[in-house]
Ligand binder design. Sequence first.
Ligand SMILES: Cc1ncc(COP(=O)(O)O)c(C=O)c1O
Length: 281
Amino acid sequence: MGNGILLDTLKLSYSAVLMDRLAHPSIVDSIPRVISLIQYYGHCDTGELEDLLASNKGERPLIITDGVFALTGEIAPLDKIYEIAIKYNAILITDDAHSTGVLGKAGKGTPEHYNIDGRKNIYQTETMSKALGSYGGFIAGNMELTDSIREGSKTYQASTALPPPVVAAGIASLDIIEKNPGLHTQLLEKAIILRNEIAGIGFHTTPDKTPIIPVMFDTSEGARGLSSYLEKKGIIVPYMNYPVRQDKFLLRIALSADHTDEQISELLDNITKWKDKNGTN
Ligand SMILES: Cc1ncc(COP(=O)(O)O)c(C=O)c1O
């Protein structure tokens, strides 16, 4: 809903949308009907993005991408995308659902991770449903932006506001993140160790330093098999039946700052036992 509200609020400022081929469905489905030029660039492929922009010179472009991709945990190359956005006078939106509270020195997300936070023509949509452990989304911005949403967004105005306890929980989480900067840096350290271990066991995963760690398979049987084996051992690593295009079948480890070293070892032991019987495909 946040992506829809922001794309609608900005709709007079752009005429074409360019998005990552693996963009989250909440991006894909929320492009205003008045926008007729919608193009996909290859996943994280900044070369193709630039080619598309160069071939649509008469348009006013908007680029939108996940900051951290929901299934693979990859970080979008937002620094390069922003450079290209500046060159072609494009607006840039990052859906930071999986980056808020996780990336950047203060946990502000992908723009902060790349030190482009607060720059011109860059916008973020965020959620309270991941690192903040609550529910609902938000669009942080200057007064001009937030006023134009409050005064102009039909979705914002004509839907029931979030329940106050849910918002209070999200705000309390932001407070915890602000007062404990070590929480997310330790999480990222643990995540990189776990990711390397998963690769070391022989599974395909992605390399980025984020707490979403996919275990990738060529067959759905493999992915489902490992997921249900872990569930029987009391560990929830779901098989991802999720509406984002993927070439592989995967289960997604979502690491939390609260997971202990013992829990991580238990996970790895169980994955190794399963692999010794079933292989990695
Ligand atoms: C990239 C991305 N954007 C948006 C959302 C939607 O957020 P919410 O669950 O808060 O509606 C999700 C996941 O749920 C997501 O992964």
